[in-house]
Design a protein around this ligand. Structure first.
Ligand code: SF4
Length: 405
C-alpha cells in the first residue's frame, strides 16, 4: 500500500496501486481495502464520484450521463486506481471502463445480441448452441462493467433486456440432456456470489453425473482480486475438474494483487486461460500484446483467445480491423513461446460460434504437396504422401466462389 496511481511506467512490471485515490484524508485501513465486500460497496458509480477524482473529457462526461440507460457505470476502487490522474481519455484502462458518448453512436453493423445467444436459449439463462456444452448465465451483475461488453443488453440491469435465469428449469434441462458434458458459468460474473451460493451452484451441477467439466468465465480476479480468498479457492477446489477463463486486455491490469490472486487459483489446481478482446487504443499493437502474454505466463495463465471485438451496439470506437488482429498474431507466432500465443477468433455474427483466424501460413496445397511459410517469411515444401484419401482443404475454390457469387 502507499503508492499512487501516477507514474506507473509501461506496464511491464507488476506493481501495486493501492490505496491510490483512497489515500486521502488519512487513507483507508488495510483490512477494509482487502475486503472484497468493501470494494464492491465503494465502487465508482456516479459522475460526482468521478469528478472528485479525475478530470473528464467532454466525451466522457456525456457518456457517463447517458450510461444509466445502457450499461451502468461501476468500477471497483482497486481497478479505478489503475486510471491515471492526469487528463488522458486515451489511457487504455480508462477507455475500457469509463463511458464515452461514442457508445450512443450506431454503425450499420451494430447488433444487440451479436453472438445470437437469445435465439439459442431453450431455458431462460441457458444457451445451448453447441452439441455437448452450454453457457449458463447465472447473474447479470459484474464487479465492474466493460464498455464493450458483448452482453450489454442484459448485463448491469440498465440495458434494454432483463436476465431472468430460471435455475430449477435449467438444472432440469441439464439433467435431461445427457449429451451436455461441459458447462460454462458466465453472466455477468458468478464469482460475485457469496461462497455459499457458489458452493451450492457447483454442487448442484456436480450432482449431474454426465457433466464432466465445469468452467467459470470471470473478470473478478482482475477487477476484484480481493475476492479470491483462500476460502473461495478451497470451495472451487472441491469441484474439479474446474477450469477458469479470466479476462485481461492490457498488461497494466496485471498488478501485484492480481498476480497473487491468480497464483492462489492456480495453487488450488485450477487451470487458467485468458480471453482478451482486441480493442482500439487499448491493446491493438504487437508490443502491448507481447508484454501482456508474457506477464500472463508469469501469472501461470495461458493466453487462450484473442477476440475480434463483437459487433455490439455502441462499440464501433473500440473496434479495430480484423487485419490488425492478424498482424498481432503474425508478430507473436515464432517470435515468442508457443504457450504465449492466443488463438485469434471471430465469434461469427448471428451465432456461428468462434472461428479461428490465422495469418496465411499455407501458400499452396494439393495432392502432392503443401507449400508453407514460417514466421520469417521463408518458404518450405512438405510432401503430401502416405494417405491419398485425404482431401486438401479447398480454400481457394471456396474463396473464388465467395468473391464472385
Ligand atoms: S466482466 Fe464480462 S460480462 Fe461483465 S461487463 Fe465485462 S465483459 Fe461483460
Amino acid at each position: 500500500m502507499g503508492i499512487s496511481a501516477e507514474g506507473k511506467g509501461n506496464g511491464k512490471e507488476f506493481v501495486s496501486h493501492a490505496p491510490g485515490y483512497w489515500s486521502r484524508d488519512g487513507g483507508i485501513a488495510a483490512e477494509q481495502w482487502n475486503d472484497w465486500k468493501w470494494q464492491l460497496k465503494n465502487r465508482i458509480t456516479s459522475l460526482a464520484q468521478l469528478d472528485e477524482q479525475i478530470e473528464l473529457s467532454e466525451e466522457e462526461r456525456a457518456g457517463v450521463l447517458l450510461s444509466g440507460d445502457k450499461l451502468a457505470l461501476a468500477i471497483t476502487p482497486h481497478f479505478f486506481n489503475l486510471v491515471p490522474r492526469e487528463k488522458n481519455p486515451d489511457d487504455p484502462i480508462r477507455r475500457q471502463v469509463i463511458p464515452r458518448i461514442e457508445e450512443t453512436w450506431t454503425s450499420p453493423y451494430d447488433m444487440a445480441d451479436p453472438c445470437g445467444e437469445d435465439s439459442h436459449m431453450p431455458v431462460p439463462g441457458l444457451v445451448h448452441r453447441y452439441p455437448d456444452r452450454v453457457l449458463f448465465l447465472v447473474t447479470d451483475r459484474c464487479a465492474a462493467y466493460c464498455r464493450y461488453c458483448t452482453r450489454s443488453r442484459v448485463v448491469s440491469g440498465a440495458g434494454e433486456q432483463e436476465l431472468h435465469t430460471d435455475f430449477e428449469e435449467a438444472f432440469r434441462y441439464l439433467e435431461e440432456h445427457t449429451e451436455v458434458r461441459d458447462v460454462l458459468l458466465s453472466g455477468g460474473d458468478a464469482l460475485i456470489f457469496s461462497d455459499d451460493k457458489i458452493d451450492k451452484l457447483l454442487s448442484r451441477l456436480r450432482a449431474i453425473k454426465h457433466i464432466e467439466f465445469l468452467r467459470i468465465g470471470t473478470r473478478v480476479p482482475i477487477f476484484l482480486p480481493q475476492r479470491i480468498t483462500p476460502e473461495l479457492c478451497a470451495i472451487l477446489a472441491k469441484h474439479h475438474p474446474l477450469w477458469m477463463s479470466v479476462h485481461v486486455n492490457h498488461p497494466r491490469e496485471l498488478t501485484i494483487e492480481v498476480k497473487e490472486a491468480l497464483e492462489r487459483l492456480a495453487n488450488a489446481g485450477i487451470p487458467l486461460g485468458n480471453q482478451s478482446v482486441l480493442l482500439a487504443g487499448v491493446n491493438d499493437d504487437v508490443e502491448t500484446m507481447k508484454t501482456l502474454v508474457h506477464k500472463l505466463l508469469m501469472c501461470r495463465v495461458r493466453p487462450y483467445y484473442l477476440y475480434q471485438c463483437d459487433l455490439i451496439n455502441g462499440s464501433s470506437h473500440l473496434r479495430t480491423s480484423v487485419a490488425k488482429g492478424i498482424e498481432i498474431i503474425e508478430g507473436l507466432r515464432g517470435h515468442t513461446s508457443g504457450y504465449a500465443l492466443p488463438q485469434f477468433v471471430i465469434d461469427a455474427p448471428g451465432g456461428g460460434g468462434k472461428v479461428p483466424i490465422n495469418p496465411g501460413y499455407v501458400l499452396y496445397h494439393d495432392h502432392e504437396k503443401i507449400v508453407i511459410r514460417n514466421y520469417e517469411g521463408k518458404i518450405f515444401e512438405y510432401p503430401e504422401t502416405g494417405n491419398e484419401r485425404v482431401q486438401p482443404a479447398p480454400q481457394r475454390e471456396y474463396h473464388d466462389e465467395y468473391l464472385y457469387s
